[in-house]
Design a protein. Sequence first.
Length: 215
Amino acid sequence: MKKITIAILMLLGTFSTASAELGVNVGISGSTGVFTAKGNETMGTADVAGSNYDRAISVYGYGSVFIEKTLGQYITVGIDYLPDSMESETADQVKDCEAARCTQTIKVAFEDMTTYYAAINVTENFYVKAGMVEVDVISKEALDTGGTYGNTSLDGTLLGAGYNKNLMNGIFLRAEGSYTDFDNIKLNSTAGETRHVNVKDIAGLAAKVSIGKSF
């Protein structure tokens, strides 16, 4: 939460002297989409990515808030923030351990997802945008092997396009589609057996509807 507060203050402070001319947009959004990723778990002292990856697909929906500054007629810069966390589905894997079969329960939560973006108006209503995404990945696994993977952060890039409709009294509506591509993740267990998790090809498609007000 701290990083988004600092970012908003910087965004407003940078253009505070021109706010009367440039304008500020604030609003809320509802998004739905699908994420895909491929991952595997290896065991041993060497961090070997291996070639056997399992693909996971997750459908999600969430709400976010945003604040923007318009820079002239064509460019808008903004920050979109997800105040709630998103949790993945629980995945159970039964493996052969030293003495018996054991169950590895994997679950993660995504928190403080923040998108910094710039949009360009192609026409009066149609725009394209690009941005950077940051999210904290909180591990909630329960491993019979005794290992824990801990938490990490994830960075990605976003490309999107949308349609903006201005209504009365500064109210506007938007419909937007976007594609997000995240960096690969490598996590090492911190206790119990020596294990490594490798996740790659993390990407998502999303549809978003927003309502906001211009000041």
